[in-house]
Design a binder for this molecule. Structure first.
Ligand SMILES: O=C(O)[C@H](O)[C@@H](O)[C@H](O)[C@H](O)COP(=O)(O)O
Ligand code: SF4
Length: 608
């Protein structure tokens, strides 16, 4: 057994100490929920009858209360390619539950935004807070007290974090996340990106672009870039909240179905009336959250999780921050290069050895906590496996490969792509933010250039098309924070900024907004807070100020000698017009806390 890296030990102890009061209060809370909360036996006859009235062949079983009734929280819709496969899961899960004498009901559905559909559109201003909307919807589902176990169907960006937050608030209930897998590989992501840049330069038309997009996003399953959705799946494995090795098995396969069956059977084995009670709130402890951070860093995952992980952790009484993430990044090597951090996609990553290989490699180097309460097995090392079917189509597991099957995609610790995980905290007179270096060429980790300041991402594209950005430039896009306009992803800027970079200019993006997990290539200081709408420093910056983004030193500052810097007037936030539902999220914007805390009005107002 390899001893833990001393730095990981130190950071872990610091997080445990910092979290101690909140974590103890949380554990006491879920114990109370278990013993005195709303459960089927405490429901009135009327409550219960309403709960099983339409349950058909399961009615007698649900009525008797003798076996686990599993609550399914589903994020199904057939617009999201990733969630479309979930349509038939509830019927399958009910059959699987009956196989072990249990029952299952759809406890409720949650909304699921496709950030790909809303990317660059007004709907993206609802994206971040859709996470908390999903948490609220999940809580409504589980609040009926009809369920002694839960299976959570969710994959994409804000959906898993939102469902996770709710599962933590029902942390006395054993809960397993059930993925549906990535779509088979289509047009390579790099080729898709190439056609996008050609379109941004006016060199191809809309029809050619649409053809490329449709060849990339071509079927059911999660998009194959390593963005927030696939980072979610990785994190669930790193926390042992899936059946092992479930993340990246394609939809519609027998293996996929058997993993769903295994999750259904497994959740009935870890309930509170058995010998092996594994409530969600005990599985998610400080070490599990740290494992999620480590997995994010080792695989070059989405920057969105620098916002979601603090929120997810808070829901379980745990407090992490960007200093933790940055210090972990310094010791966690980059083991995977999945697009946008490389050429291959998540299917290639899985084929190369995938998450199981990463778990075994990190554990072997003392860079992972294996001693966590996983929903299956006895240790996270039980997740260093690959799922297989035997000749009778029964599910089994074989150890992850000793050696990577694709050095260009996945490497052992001893031959890591980079010695660190490539997510840096940056601070300076422009605020506190995050830079993801794993997707950026090291020659571009330090950018110093005059600023061009915008209050809206569409203005950037107008300036780009007018040739006004054809120079060394730091593009500043402000009033994009959670309290301003809901903190949209500004990924629509990637092709144009990529064109400027390919033309040889020094280019960087600086914003209080977000980028997509699929963003890469162009250095970006994002999530800056205090945000501009709160009078943060981005509200003072002007065209021509020289800005230095230094991802090596961890700084983001105006370096022009501005004697008037502190006394400069702050720009006013542009009007926030109604439409596309944005006005309905004003309450979340008004009370949101900052990106580093998780950008959540819901958690802030709950005192969490
Ligand atoms: O964080 C993410 O992973 C993104 O939000 C992703 O879910 C989003 O849908 C991108 O916009 C897809 O990439 P393209 O926009 O490049 O297709
Ligand atoms: S990965 Fe992103 S683009 Fe793909 S289905 Fe999920 S939310 Fe939509």
């Amino acid at each position: 057994m390899t001893s833990l890296h001393p730095e990981l030990e130190r950071i872990t102890q610091r997080i445990i100490e910092r979290s101690r009061p909140g974590r103890q209060a949380y554990l006491d809370f879920i114990a109370r929920e278990r013993d005195k909360g709303v459960h089927r036996p405490t429901l009135s006859c009327g409550n219960l009858a309403h709960g099983f009235a339409a349950s058909g062949e399961d009615k007698a079983a649900i009525r008797s209360g003798k076996a686990m009734n599993i609550g399914i929280v589903t994020a199904y819709n057939d617009m999201l390619s990733a969630h479309q496969p979930y349509g038939r899961y509830p019927e399958q899960i009910k059959i699987f539950a009956r196989e072990v004498g249990a029952t299952a009901q759809v406890a409720g559905g949650v909304p699921a935004m496709c950030d790909g559909v809303t990317q660059g559109q007004l709907g993206m201003e609802l994206s971040l807070f859709s996470r908390d909307t999903i948490a609220l919807s999940s809580a409504v589902a589980m609040s009926h007290g009809m369920f002694e176990g839960a299976l959570v169907l969710g994959i994409c960006d804000k959906i898993v974090p939102g469902q996770f937050i709710a599962a933590a608030r029902f942390g006395h209930i054993p809960t397993i996340f059930v993925p549906a897998g990535p779509m088979p590989s289509g047009l390579a992501n790099k080729e898709k990106q190439r056609v996008r840049q050609l379109y941004a330069e006016g060199k191809v038309g809309r029809e050619e672009l649409l053809e490329a997009e449709a060849a990339s996003y071509h079927g059911a399953g999660t998009c194959t870039f390593y963005g927030t959705a696939n980072s979610n799946q990785m994190m669930m494995e790193m926390m042992g909240l899936h059946v092992p090795a479930s993340a990246f098995i394609n939809p519609g396969t027998k293996l996929r179905q058997e993993l769903t069956r295994a999750a259904t059977h497994r959740v009935t084995q870890i309930g509170w009336d058995g010998e092996d009670y594994r409530p969600f709130g005990h599985c998610v402890d400080e070490k599990a959250i740290i494992n999620a951070c480590i997995g994010l860093l080792a695989t070059g995952g989405s920057t969105n999780h620098a916002i979601h992980l603090p929120a997810m952790a808070r829901a379980a009484g745990i407090h992490i921050d960007w200093q933790d993430l940055s210090e972990l990044s310094a010791i966690i090597p980059l083991l995977a290069r999945v697009y946008p951090n490389g050429s291959g996609d998540v299917n290639h990553f899985h084929a190369a050895g995938g998450i199981g290989f990463v778990i075994r490699e990190l554990a072997g180097a003392g860079l992972l906590h294996t001693d966590i309460l996983t929903v299956s097995g006895q240790s996270l090392l039980d997740y260093a496996v690959e799922p297989v079917l035997d000749e009778a189509d029964a599910l089994g597991f074989v150890p992850s490969p000793e050696r990577t099957r694709d050095e260009a995609m996945l490497r052992p610790v001893a031959e890591a792509f980079q010695p660190d995980g490539g997510m840096r905290l940056v601070e300076g007179n422009l605020g506190r933010g995050i830079v993801k270096t794993s997707a950026v060429d090291p020659s571009r980790w330090i950018i110093e250039a005059p600023a061009r300041v915008f209050d809206d991402q569409d203005q950037v594209l107008v300036a780009f098309k007018a040739g006004e950005l054809d120079r060394d430039v730091v593009v500043v896009v402000r009033f994009q924070g959670p309290r301003a306009n809901g903190m949209p992803e500004l990924h629509k800027l990637t092709p144009s900024l990529g064109v400027l970079q390919d033309r040889g200019f020094k280019v960087a993006l600086v914003t209080d907004g977000r980028m997509s997990g699929a963003s890469g290539k162009v250095p970006a200081a994002i999530h800056l807070w205090p945000e501009a709408c709160d009078g943060g420093p981005l509200a003072r910056i002007k065209d021509g100020d020289v800005v230095r983004l230094d991802a090596v030193a961890g700084t983001i500052s105006v370096v022009t000698d501005c004697a008037d810097w502190e006394s400069r007037p702050t720009a006013s936030q542009p009007a926030q017009p109604m439409g596309t539902g944005r006005e309905l999220f004003a309450l979340m914007r008004a009370s949101s806390d900052n990106a580093e805390a998780g950008a959540s009005a819901m958690l802030a107002m709950a005192g969490l």
